[in-house]
Design a protein around this ligand. Sequence first.
Ligand code: AQP
Length: 334
Amino acid sequence: MEKALDSKKLGRVFSGIQPSGSQVHIGNYLGAMRRFVRLSKLSETIVCIVDLHALTSVEKREELEKNSQSLAAAYLAIGLDPEEVVIFRQSDVPAVCELSWYLACQFPLGLLERAHSFKDARAKNESVNAGRMFYPILMAADILLYRGNSVPVGADQKQHLEMTREIAQRFNHRFGQVFPIPEPLIEDATGVIPGLDGRKMSKSYDNYIGLFEAPKRVRKKIMKIVTDSKAVEEAKDPDECHVFALYKLFAGEDECEALAERYRAGGMGYGEAKQELFEAMEREIAPLRESYESWISRPDDLRDILKAGAGRARVIAEETMVQVRDAIGVGAVL
Ligand code: AQP
C-alpha cells in the first residue's frame, strides 16, 4: 500500500510503540515498525516511545527505563535515521498531558466505554486503572499535538484512530480549524500478524516471537506454530496456514510462489515450511539483531539521540499548543 503513496498525500507521518515489554515482537515490527522505515523515506516522520501509555501496565521505574532504552535501540537498529526522523520519548514533551485534558473535556464518556481495549480488560476481570480508560484520549493528544496526517498502525488500533478523528472534528467544529484530521494507514497484509497459536501476536497472549530473540529460541518458537494435522503426503492450502502467512512477509515473490507450489503438491510436512520461514526471517533479522546489540551497548548515544529528538518534538508541540490555548481561551499570559 505504502508503495502507492507519495509524500504529498502522506503529509507528516506520526506513530509510536509502547515500551511495555522487554522487547518488541514480530507483530509490532511487521504491523508498524518496518513500515515506519519505508514511510520515513517518503515523508517527514516522527516516531515516539509512548512511555506514558505504558504506565497503564508497567509499574516499576527500572523496567520502564530499560524497556524505553530497548525500544530506542530497536528503532535505530531497524534503520530509522535519527538525522531524518524525529525519535523521542513521549514523556519528554509534557504538553501532551495538557492537551489530553482539553480533549478529555470534549470526549463523550460513552465513546471511551465502547473502546475494545477497555472492554476486553474489563471482560477478563483485570484490575483496570483509570489510565486504561483514558488511553484513547492520550493517543489522540499524541497524534494531534504533532499534527500527524498519516498514522501507520496495526488493525487493533483502528478504533482508537477513529476516536482521534472524531475528537479532532469535534474540537475543530467548536473552536476553529486547529487540527488536521489524521488518516490511519492500516495494511491488509500486515494488519493482524498471527502469533504462535494463530491469534493476534500479542504480549498478553504470550504467543509472540521477540524481534531480537536468539535464533535458537526463534526457531524453537516457529516449530510451535499451530497448523492443521494434515499428513506429509497430503496437499495443503498455503492461504490457510499461519506459517505461510508469516513467510509471505519475509520472502520474495518467487520464493513465495515456489513454497506455495510445494504446499499444493503434497509431500511436504509443515516442519519443512517452518524451517523455510526460519531461514527467511533470519536473512532479514540477523543484521538487525546485530545492530540492536551494538546500540543497546551505547546508552549515552541513545540518550543523546532521544534528547535531540525531544527538542525537535517540543518545537512542533509548542506551536500547536499556542494555537490550542488561544482557540480555547486558556493559558494566555496575563
Ligand atoms: N499482531 C499484530 N499485528 C499487527 N500489528 C500489531 N501491533 C501490535 N501487535 C500487532 C501494532 O504494533 C504497534 C505498537 O503497538 P503497541 O505499542 O500498542 O503494542 P501492543 O499493542 O501493546 O502490543 P501487544 O503485544 O498487542 O501488547 P498487549 O498484549 O499488551 O496489548 C501498533 O501499531 C499495533 O497495532
